[in-house]
Design a protein around this ligand. Structure first.
Ligand code: T3D
Length: 263
């Protein structure tokens, strides 16, 4: 499958998806949104892929919706934000959240609006020192979307999430780390190596179990303790029957590193 607006590169079970509109800070057009969703769907189905890195080409990560494309659609008339979000951004975010493999955001530059939402839909966020984040929506008179209102308060609490959403202020990578929605901040020149290092760990991890862990945590976010524990038990049963669980226990007993196959 070839893409126009993203790069899709697999190396040793590590898939790197690069948003590739550097001149526009990788702002998302309808084509990019479609291609990105297709890329994640392909990653889910490809047994070779055991971890996904999402990053941006050039100096930005992603500046959110392409406002030129959006205004063109509006000029044509008949445009509905509700329909557009339900048809494009929302399915993309759900595809990312439901991906049965870990996603690492390698945040190389500014992540604004739905571009910030994209990072929040990843499982791990590693940011370059010069990266920044902004809930830019309010600055153009829009409500935060693409899952930001659900994800950001869960990650950093309501007080700070509302502050970022109501002001649209830009936070640095270091501030994002202190707020708790970024896992690690590294010098710009070390971003790629640091992300690769983490991706290598996931490339030899029990991938099926990682998918189950994501399912368990996502379910627990909207359930009672009782239901969450029932779901844990159900998923544990699936993990317990996996080849990687057998291998993990055998490796422990034989005092050797486990050779997980992701199954
Ligand atoms: O259904 C729907 O579509 C609703 C969905 C909404 C989701 C959203 O994401 S709404 C929020 C949209 N995003 C924004 O409002 C952010 C707009 N961009 C900015 O505020 C700034 O560009 C940044 C703070 C992100 C970065 O600033 P800076 O000074 O580093 O860069 P710049 O000079 O503003 O941008 C560089 C180029 O990228 C420039 O192009 P040019 O003039 O050199 O040809 C700029 O126009 C372009 N660009 C940046 N952001 C966007 C964009 N072009 C189109 N859309 C953008 N969002």
């Amino acid at each position: 499958m070839s893409f126009e607006t993203i790069l899709y590169q697999i190396d040793n079970s590590i898939l790197t998806i690069t948003l590739n509109r550097p001149d526009k800070l990788n702002a998302m057009t309808p084509i990019l949104l479609r291609e990105l969703k297709e890329a994640f769907e392909q990653a889910n189905n490809d047994q070779v892929v055991r971890v996904v890195i999402l990053t941006g080409a050039g100096r930005g990560f992603c500046a959110g919706a392409d406002l030129a494309a959006a205004s063109e659609l509006m000029m044509r008339g008949g445009f509905s934000y509700e329909e557009n979000l339900n048809a494009t951004y929302n399915p993309l975010i759900l595809t990312m959240q439901n991906l049965q493999k870990p996603i690492i955001a390698a945040v190389n530059g500014v992540a604004a609006g739905a571009g910030m939402s994209l990072t929040l839909a990843c499982d791990i966020r590693i940011a370059a020192e010069s990266a920044s984040f902004l809930q830019a929506f309010v600055k153009i008179g829009l409500v935060p979307d693409s899952g930001s209102t659900w994800m950001l308060p869960r990650l950093i609490g309501l007080t700070k999430a509302l502050e970022l959403m109501l002001t649209g202020k830009k936070v640095t990578a270091q501030e994002a780390l202190e707020l708790g929605f970024v896992n690690q901040v590294v010098p710009d020149a070390e971003l790629s190596a640091t992300v690769q290092q983490m991706a290598q760990l996931f490339a030899v991890a029990p991938t099926k179990t990682i998918g189950l862990i994501k399912q368990a945590v996502n379910f627990a976010a909207t359930s009672s303790l009782e239901d969450a524990m029932k779901n844990e038990a159900r998923l544990q049963d699936a993990a317990g029957k996996s080849a990687d669980h057998m291998e993990g226990v055998a490796a422990f007993l034989e005092k050797r590193p486990a050779a997980f196959k992701g199954e």
